[in-house]
Write a protein that binds this ligand. Structure first.
Ligand SMILES: C[S@@+](CC[C@H](N)C(=O)[O-])C[C@H]1O[C@@H](n2cnc3c(N)ncnc32)[C@H](O)[C@@H]1O
Length: 237
């Protein structure tokens, strides 16, 4: 099974709002509490290393966007070494965006920029060489629109990298999660936001390929059939 951080926001107890509103409340509560680690949610220390490998092999992009960036662990790890890359982090939670901006300013990382944006209607008025969305589609309503929104953000010739829940993730989470954790992942357990290579191909009219394979990461312990992670390169025109 995949490694998912033990620290997770608790679902709101009583809900009158939409799920999208609930998501903001859950994640804001979690981040406002302040007791989170700046570490990647899946793969932990491995993810910044894999992203660095991607930059080394495919060239450092001029612009990089992380959607659902959370504490932006991989981005903060790379930003000091890639001052010519503009890193943009977007998240539904205002609290983590403010924390990230404060941390970037304190570290003198003028190549890092943060703003609130939420899938699937991001409202981001620019395009990027690399768009990265990790451990976020679990929590999103409108997964088809979200995948399209992510791909729309990619410049021609650029890359989209994202992971998603599939039916194996659903079976794993269904067997493993109870209580508030199960509530948090309700979209996955209920099979509401599952994707597959075939579905992504249909949505984008482009072929997804394994990011794990591209990065020689298939043997890592958190990689399995329930943790698919793909990349696509957008045609030049
Ligand atoms: C598990 S964390 C992943 C953080 C980071 N990408 C990583 O891999 O460590 C999921 C993040 O998605 C954000 N999120 C949840 N729903 C979202 C949405 N609809 N749009 C944008 N971000 C969302 C949460 O606030 C949270 O920071």
């Amino acid at each position: 099974m995949s490694t998912v951080r033990a620290a997770c926001p608790k679902p709101a107890a009583q809900m009158n709002a939409t799920y999208a509103d609930d998501t903001v409340i859950e994640w804001n509560d979690f981040y406002e509490n302040g007791e989170y680690e700046r570490i990647a949610y899946i793969g932990e220390e491995a993810m910044p290393k894999l992203l660095r490998r991607f930059f080394e092999r495919h060239g450092a992009p001029e612009s990089f966007a992380s959607i659902g960036c959370g504490p932006a662990a991989a981005e903060f790890a790379l930003a000091p070494d890639y001052p010519d890359t503009a890193f943009y982090g977007y998240d539904i939670s205002e609290a983590v965006i403010e924390d990230n901006a404060t941390h970037a300013a304190r570290e003198g990382l003028s190549n890092m920029h943060f703003d609130v944006a939420s899938l699937p209607n991001l409202g981001i008025d620019r395009r990027f060489d690399v768009v990265y969305c990790l451990a976020t589609l679990y929590f999103v309503d409108g997964v088809d629109d979200s995948v399209n929104a992510l791909y729309d953000l990619v410049k021609p010739g650029g890359y989209l990298i994202f992971n998603y829940p599939n039916r194996y993730t659903m079976w794993t989470f269904d067997a493993a999660f109870e209580g508030s954790r199960r509530d948090l992942f309700h979209r996955v357990v209920d099979g509401k936001n599952l994707l597959s290579y075939e579905r992504i191909r249909h949505l984008l009219d482009a072929n997804p390929k394994s990011y794990w394979k591209l990065m020689d990461a298939e043997a890592l312990p958190f990689v399995g059939r329930d943790t698919p992670c793909v990349y696509l390169r957008k045609p030049e025109n």
